[in-house]
Design a binder for this molecule. Sequence first.
Ligand SMILES: [Zn+2]
Length: 257
Amino acid sequence: MSAVAPHAVSRLRTARLARSAKPFLARGGSRIERCAGCRLPASHCLCALRPAVAARAGVCLLMADIEPLKPSNTGWLIADVVTDTFAFGWTRTEIDPALLALLADPQWQPYVVFPGEYVAPGRLVTQLLAAPATTSDASTKRPLFLLLDATWPEARKMFRKSPYLDNLPVLSLQPQQLSRYRLRRSRCEAHVCTSEVAALCLELAGDHAAAQMLEAYLDVFTHHYVQARNQQPAAWEDAAHLHLRRLCAAQQDRQDV
Ligand SMILES: [Zn+2]
């Protein structure tokens, strides 16, 4: 798996590291050697279980400055699973021309994914504008979900101070399930994490297999992350791993047909 070209979040991390004056220390300050493919210690490396699944939708991550550096960042998992994942670092004053080009690309219908209570009603949608993947009409635009990958205060600031987002529809999700995300509980207990948001968006777009895969992958990643932090071995045969393997096998069967 290590031969796979680095994805958008990985490239953003590399670029961000190159700009750092001093090395970034993950919380806890440990200097464990981490796998470049999954950011976990080698003993808990998840690269062998990285799923591949086709999705019609795309994801565009707008990431707060330090987000790509966090080993717990789940935007990384989205980029692992969803082929068309784009990632850009956010600053108030600079806009990457590639981001503007992506948002203007006619193959995509971008949606800013953000809680509805902060949005003028005219911009708000709770369903996709175009027909979902059930139609084979190639002229139908593919949904592109723009996620603000940041702490909540940062995300609000990004939303308010990015004029190029002002003309885009805002998709507001109603997550039915409580977050199973346990990594950064102190900061996002009231919110689902970025990869859970992406899974909900994929579900809405009719990309059911990709949505399921991303959720299953998050569960396994979270387990590995927490076990590594507690210096406990990963339970490779537990229900979460078996579920992910089953989904991967089903996916493989579908591709082989
Ligand atoms: Zn790895």
